[in-house]
Design a protein around this ligand. Structure first.
Ligand SMILES: O=P(O)(O)OC[C@H]1O[C@H](OP(=O)(O)OP(=O)(O)O)[C@H](O)[C@@H]1O
Ligand SMILES: O=C(O)c1cc(=O)[nH]c(=O)[nH]1
Length: 189
């Protein structure tokens, strides 16, 4: 892992994404802060940095290019993360495809739930921008498995330390997070 890139990502996520206030989360829980990760994943500096930090983390965990063949997750939080990793890998001369899991299969055309180059029979990593209960990455993991993929791991940028790790590990895959609440000066909620 390139420590200076990770440190810069912490600065950018703190500056761009952390919002204080009263928020309702995807799970229905409430929280006094929100990690608005799209402010980082779609930012000109933070977006590309996320690709490199996430790719470094996957490589260190043994799921880099040559092992993981594709990365992706539930639209839309995971989408820019997957694209950033694809581009970070390409910039290093490595091949990683991306995929997008729709919240429901399309009812026309190819009627797919998982878009992108086929993941059937391939080793993939499921992504998320941030995770609270793990519900979204689990939905993506189940859809990827239903599409015939072998899910190697779930990897998120920010883990909110509220149970996602345990729930995902119960599916028999490791859970990796590039940043934790300590990095961002937040308490679990
Ligand atoms: O770990 P969880 O409890 O699933 O919560 C985290 C989810 O919440 C956010 O997306 P959101 O549900 O707001 O939807 P969106 O991607 O469609 O904007 C985030 O991108 C994760 O997908
Ligand atoms: O749990 C969520 O819905 C959630 C939390 C958070 O900090 N950021 C986000 O995009 N979603």
């Amino acid at each position: 892992m390139n420590d200076s890139q990770r440190e810069r990502l912490i600065e950018l996520v703190s500056e761009l994404a952390i919002q204080r206030g009263q928020f309702t989360l995807a799970s229905g829980r409430t929280s006094s802060y929100y990690v608005d990760m799209r402010q980082a994943t779609l930012h000109h500096e933070a977006g590309p940095l996320i690709g490199h930090v996430m790719l470094d983390m996957l490589e260190e965990a043994g799921f880099g290019a040559g092992v993981a063949e594709a990365v992706g997750g539930l639209t839309m939080g995971a989408d820019p993360v997957a694209a950033a990793i694809l581009h970070a890998a390409a910039s290093r001369g490595l091949n990683i495809d991306a995929f997008v899991v729709r919240k429901a299969a399309k009812d026309h055309g190819m009627k797919r739930q998982v878009e992108g180059p086929s993941i059937e029979g391939r080793d993939v990593v499921v992504l998320e921008d941030t995770s609270t209960t793990g519900g979204s990455p689990i939905q993506a993991l189940e859809a990827a498995r239903a599409a015939g993929a072998n899910v190697l791991a779930v990897a998120v940028i920010v883990d909110r330390a509220t149970g996602a790790k345990e729930k995902i590990e119960a599916y028999g895959v490791p859970y990796l997070a590039a940043l934790g609440l300590d990095d961002l000066g937040l308490d679990p909620q």
